[in-house]
Design a protein around this ligand. Sequence first.
Ligand SMILES: [Zn+2]
Length: 66
Amino acid sequence: MPIHPEAPVTCHACDAEIEGEPAGHGMLLFVRGDDVLREELPLCERCALAVSMTALDRLGFEEEEG
Ligand SMILES: [Zn+2]
């Protein structure tokens, strides 16, 4: 059982409150000396989509939209 009181999960990008499970996660990398820390940040559906589309765009995929 979680000890923490239930805190609302908010989107890291737009600060919107997220109901239920976050639609996606943004990944942050911190470099500390020789260590690399990874932190996952919750994103709402909208921002998760935007991030994934940006990633796809970077990879050179073309997304067809109707
Ligand atoms: Zn968002």
